[in-house]
Each structure stands twice: as structure tokens, then as C-alpha cells.
Design a protein around this ligand. Structure first.
Ligand code: SF4
Ligand code: SF4
Ligand code: SF4
Length: 311
């Protein structure tokens, strides 16, 4: 477990312990997902790094305008932040030395992965972050108290905070264009803006189950082009956004993660913690009871000797 993952688990645990949510969370288990839940398959082998997806997202989500035609930003890996729900980075995964290898970079788009069992929602003490049965992980600003446990918990370092806003700062992250994909038909804008604008169809939007079939079909048909791995099929319990690549995603800016969802890990820890607490609590309870009884007996003795003395 690295420092980031440790902080993430700590965030979830802190949120749950402080609010007494452990019993609720343990009883609730993973969120219920509809069999028709949607997702996006990102085929990184098709991405040309044009940053149109960044632009489409910023326009739809009314995020600050940036110089989207400036390709110099691709030189340094970026993370989504409070002003950008999605960013594209450039990597040279086969780089060993200057030469022809470096002429074919891989571009990777980052945004919230809309995890199936999201650590951010599990850590959130007010229910401001929640997993919708249809796929998206949504944020309700009116419930948010700014504790930022979601930021600590996310294994992908996605939620960002509006530190620059003195009044009512929000936690910012990709919305999966929830309000569009749930209300509009696809031919009338019912698609994520980034999916809609991409000129090379890097992203396919659809039912998660169908996307897995499509990914397997692509891998089978072009085994030399793709790693035999669908990133997000199982990572952290599965994600709604999934990736295909010609190199391991760990070489393309993604962390190496296990298959267990972070909330289930913390649940196991919590049970240990609370079981561990049970013994000391019983002992303290017994000691408290013993002291109370002793105190009462002492008082009774004192009262009776006072009465006897008064006779
Ligand atoms: S990627 Fe992070 S912010 Fe997005 S759903 Fe997963 S845990 Fe939450
Ligand atoms: S799904 Fe919507 S909010 Fe998320 S990155 Fe794409 S355009 Fe932005
Ligand atoms: S719009 Fe499509 S091709 Fe352009 S950077 Fe985004 S994902 Fe890649």
C-alpha cells in the first residue's frame, strides 16, 4: 500500500468513524447497480491528443476557458482540477533512449472513473457524493460541508476543491454529464460532451456490459494492438469508465490498483477496529459500574455513621 492509498483508506475510515456510519455502511454493502448501467470505453490507441474533449467539457460544464489549442501543456502530466474535469496527457511508454520509439506517443484522457463502489461516496459523511444505479457518481453541493474526505479517499485523485472561492467552495469533478445522459435522447445531445466532440471516436458510450463485450472483441481481433487487459473491469471493484491501451495503464499515468473496492477494505478494518474496541469498552463499562457501586456503598456507610453519630 502506498502513501496515497493509505491516505485514501484513512479518509474513508475517518469519515465513517466520526459519523457513526460504519454500521450503516456495513449493512448497506456495495451500491446497487442496474444491469443497464452505462459506462464509457476509452480506446487510448485512437487518441490523437487534440484536447477537443477538454474543450467540449469546459463549454458544457461552464468551466474556465483555457487555451485548448496550446499543445505545449501535454509535455507535463496534469491532473483534473477545480477548473478542468478532464485533461489529456502524453506519454512515451516505450521510451528507452532518444530515437524512433519516441515518435509515437500515447495520449490518455483522465476524468472521474465513476467507480461501481466509489470510495468518495463511502467516505462522504453527508451523502453529498452518491453512486446512481444508472452509472454516474454525482455530487450534491447542498449537502456538502467541505470536509474533503472524498478527496482523501479517491484512489484516482480526482475530486478537486475550489480553494480560490472564499464563499461556498465546491468539490469539483466530472459529472458524467449526468443531467444530459439521463434526460435527453442520444441524437439530441444525450451523450457526455467529451464523447460527442471527439473527432476520432476514442470513447464509446453505452451499457457497461456491452462495452465489456466490445473491449473483448477488440482485443481478440487486434491482439498485437492491445494489452489483454480492460482497465476498470475489475480494478477497485470495477469502474464505469474503462480503458484499452497498448501498454499497461501504470505506464500511462494510472496507479496500479487491486481488485477490491476501497470501501470493502475499510469495512474489514472497521470491523477489526470496532471488535478491538469492544473488549476495552466492556472493561471500562465494568470498571465504571464497579466505581459507581463502591461510591454508593461509601456514601451509604457515611450517611449511616452520620446518623449514628447524631443520636
Ligand atoms: S474516481 Fe474517485 S471521485 Fe470518481 S467515483 Fe471513483 S472514487 Fe469517486
Ligand atoms: S463526461 Fe461530461 S463532465 Fe465528464 S469529462 Fe466528459 S464532458 Fe466532462
Ligand atoms: S477529443 Fe478525442 S482524440 Fe482529442 S484528445 Fe480527447 S479523446 Fe483524444
Amino acid at each position: 500500500m502506498n502513501r496515497r492509498q493509505f491516505l485514501g483508506l484513512t479518509g474513508i475510515l475517518a469519515g465513517r468513524v466520526l459519523t457513526g456510519a460504519p454500521e450503516r455502511a456495513a449493512a448497506a454493502g456495495p451500491p446497487q447497480i442496474s444491469p443497464d448501467a452505462v459506462g464509457v470505453l476509452v480506446d487510448t490507441t485512437l487518441c490523437i491528443g487534440c484536447r477537443k474533449c477538454e474543450q467540449g467539457c469546459a463549454e458544457r460544464q461552464k468551466l474556465p476557458d483555457r487555451a485548448f489549442e496550446d499543445m505545449s501543456v501535454l509535455t507535463t502530466p496534469r491532473r483534473p482540477d477545480a477548473g478542468a474535469y478532464t485533461v489529456v496527457n502524453r506519454y512515451y511508454p516505450k521510451y528507452v533512449a532518444p530515437g524512433p520509439c519516441c515518435d509515437s506517443p500515447t495520449f490518455v484522457k483522465f476524468q472521474c472513473m465513476h467507480c461501481l463502489d466509489p470510495a468518495c461516496a463511502s467516505a462522504c459523511i453527508t451523502g453529498a457524493m452518491s453512486k446512481q444505479p444508472g452509472g454516474p457518481v454525482t455530487y450534491n453541493v447542498s449537502k456538502c460541508i467541505g470536509c474533503r474526505y472524498c478527496m482523501m479517499a479517491c484512489p484516482f485523485q480526482i475530486p478537486a476543491y475550489e480553494y480560490h472561492r472564499a464563499l461556498l467552495p465546491r468539490v469539483m469533478k466530472c459529472t458524467f454529464c449526468f443531467e444530459y445522459i439521463t434526460k435527453l435522447p442520444r441524437d439530441k445531445g444525450g451523450l457526455p460532451a467529451c464523447v460527442q466532440i471527439c473527432p476520432t471516436e476514442v470513447m464509446t458510450f453505452g451499457k457497461r456490459a456491452d462495452l465489456l463485450d466490445l473491449a473483448r472483441w477488440k482485443i481478440k481481433n487486434k491482439p498485437r494492438e492491445y494489452m489483454d487487459h480492460i482497465f476498470g473491469e475489475h480494478e477497485v471493484g470495477g469502474t464505469s469508465w474503462m480503458y484499452l491501451a497498448s501498454d499497461p495503464l501504470e505506464k500511462l499515468g494510472y496507479p496500479k490498483l487491486g481488485t477490491k473496492a476501497a470501501p470493502r477494505l475499510t469495512e474489514a478494518i472497521q470491523h477489526g477496529v470496532f471488535q478491538g474496541f469492544a473488549g476495552p469498552l466492556l472493561l471500562f463499562g465494568a470498571l465504571g459500574g464497579f466505581m459507581w457501586l463502591t461510591d454508593r456503598k461509601g456514601k451509604a456507610k457515611h450517611d449511616s455513621s452520620e446518623k449514628e453519630g447524631g443520636r
